[in-house]
Design a protein around this ligand. Structure first.
Ligand SMILES: Cc1cc2nc3c(=O)[nH]c(=O)nc-3n(C[C@H](O)[C@H](O)[C@H](O)COP(=O)(O)OP(=O)(O)OC[C@H]3O[C@@H](n4cnc5c(N)ncnc54)[C@H](O)[C@@H]3O)c2cc1C
Length: 387
């Protein structure tokens, strides 16, 4: 039997995870990435137990443990630094088998990249069109050597928030919409030990996550109209968060100018009716771009990849049935996490009304630690398929 061939469109965390999952199941993979270089921009990520188990299933455990930081769980504070709720670290480990880990995005991207055959990775390759036939698919892409086409048994659309494959194959689905918030992020050198924690103020949130090797990732999010830019984004962050509790001013003081990224948050507000059309399967942000409030976007992309690899373990034989199983296993879970993430943003970062803020603070203080933990961990309690 010929080696089955998958073309993966997009070389982000989702695309590389999918390529690795299929490669480990005996597929020949070709990753087409439009950027001239394969690299991940952005700052840090939190990987919860579900993402860690998915990465274990991709064989990345040992490399991962030496490149991450086990989070010292803190909890939620108000902007004066008073704890509203604390995470019970021991109970989290008892329930999930691990704490969450903080990692630099670039590190995770490199680990995935290094686990793949170098010859499978193609940069400067922008996919323009995909045609799905009964028994194969054709991908047309452009690059430095002009237009090319590739045949594949399977095409994986991992082309992110603004997915061209989604727009082409599901034209009835509206483009992602603005979720109402803008964020600043940075990864900085900050060797002092601090707990992973978030702080809520009126219509604003600041988070901090140690990511190992003396580095820390912080983000600040506010409710704002879309499209805002400041001549000096770090100064804008200081305007919003500089008077909040320590160590927030210290983190901003330790941030060099020029490393702060600013992104408006968009999400796919209309859920897809399927993640599969013919021989094309979408995953990651292409399938279910969600707000970052639960820290699950990359985790869901990696879960998608592992499940896709598992259902496709029989090669190109019986692919329609395998892809139907992929859709069935992935869509309900990832779409319910996307909905929960949106709700978490509305109840968390976006809450502005002073009475609602006071009620929320009181509710958080009164909630038993076990219930607080459950509200954080339900989406992390996932295991990869056993086949
Ligand atoms: C502020 C913020 C904080 C976040 N924090 C977390 C967190 O803590 N934990 C977590 O799990 N997730 C988090 N996320 C979400 C996470 O970053 C994304 O869900 C994840 O990176 C999506 O990966 P992806 O591979 O699907 O898409 P992308 O990373 O967007 O990759 C898509 C790739 O496809 C390429 N591409 C696009 N079009 C084409 C084309 N036509 N041809 C070829 N290539 C193409 C792009 O260049 C890109 O490389 C956060 C997101 C934001 C915005």
């Amino acid at each position: 039997m010929d080696e089955p061939h998958a073309v993966v469109v997009g070389g982000g965390i989702g695309g590389l995870s999918a390529a690795l999952a299929l490669h480990r199941r005996g597929w020949r993979v070709t990753v087409l990435e439009r950027a001239p270089e394969l690299r991940e921009v952005g700052a840090g990520l939190t990987l919860m137990a579900n993402a860690l188990r998915a990465l274990d299933a991709l064989g990345l455990s040992p490399a991962l443990r030496s490149s991450t930081h086990a989070e010292a769980p803190g909890g939620v504070r108000d902007r004066r630094g008073r704890w509203l709720s604390r995470v019970d670290a021991a109970e989290m480990i008892r329930q999930l088998g691990t704490s969450a880990l903080g990692i630099h995005r670039a590190t995770l991207h490199r680990l995935l990249r290094e686990a793949l055959p170098a010859a499978s990775l193609h940069t400067g390759a922008e996919v323009e069109h995909v045609e799905s036939e009964t028994d194969h698919a054709t991908v047309r892409y452009g690059g430095p050597d002009g237009p090319r086409t590739l045949d594949a048994d399977l095409v994986v659309g991992a082309d992110g928030l603004r997915s061209r494959l989604r727009a082409q194959l599901w034209p009835e689905i509206p483009a992602p919409v603005y979720a109402g918030s803008t964020t600043w992020r940075a990864a900085i050198a900050f060797p002092e030990p601090i707990p992973t924690a978030i702080t809520w103020g009126p219509a604003a949130e600041f988070g901090m996550v140690p990511i190992g090797e003396g580095q820390l990732y912080w983000y600040g999010a506010i409710t704002a109209p879309p499209g805002g830019h400041a001549p000096d984004e770090l100064a804008a962050v200081r305007d919003h968060f500089g008077a909040w509790h320590e160590p927030i001013p210290a983190l901003l003081a330790a941030t060099p100018p020029g490393v702060v990224l600013r992104n408006d948050i968009h999400h796919l507000a209309t859920p897809l009716p399927s993640y599969v059309r013919g021989r094309v399967a979408l995953l990651g942000d292409a399938a279910h771009a969600m707000t970052p409030n639960l820290g699950q976007g990359a985790g869901q992309a990696i879960e998608d990849a592992v499940v896709l690899g598992a259902v496709c373990s029989g090669g190109a034989q019986g692919l329609p049935t395998a892809l139907a199983a992929y859709d069935e296993q992935r869509r309900p879970r990832s779409q319910s996490i996307a909905r929960a993430s949106l709700r978490a943003g509305r109840y968390g970062q976006q809450l502005r009304n002073p009475v609602a803020l006071a009620v929320r603070a009181a509710a958080l203080r009164l909630t038993p630690p076990s219930a607080t933990l459950r509200s954080m961990t339900w989406c992390a309690d996932w295991r990869p398929p056993t086949n």
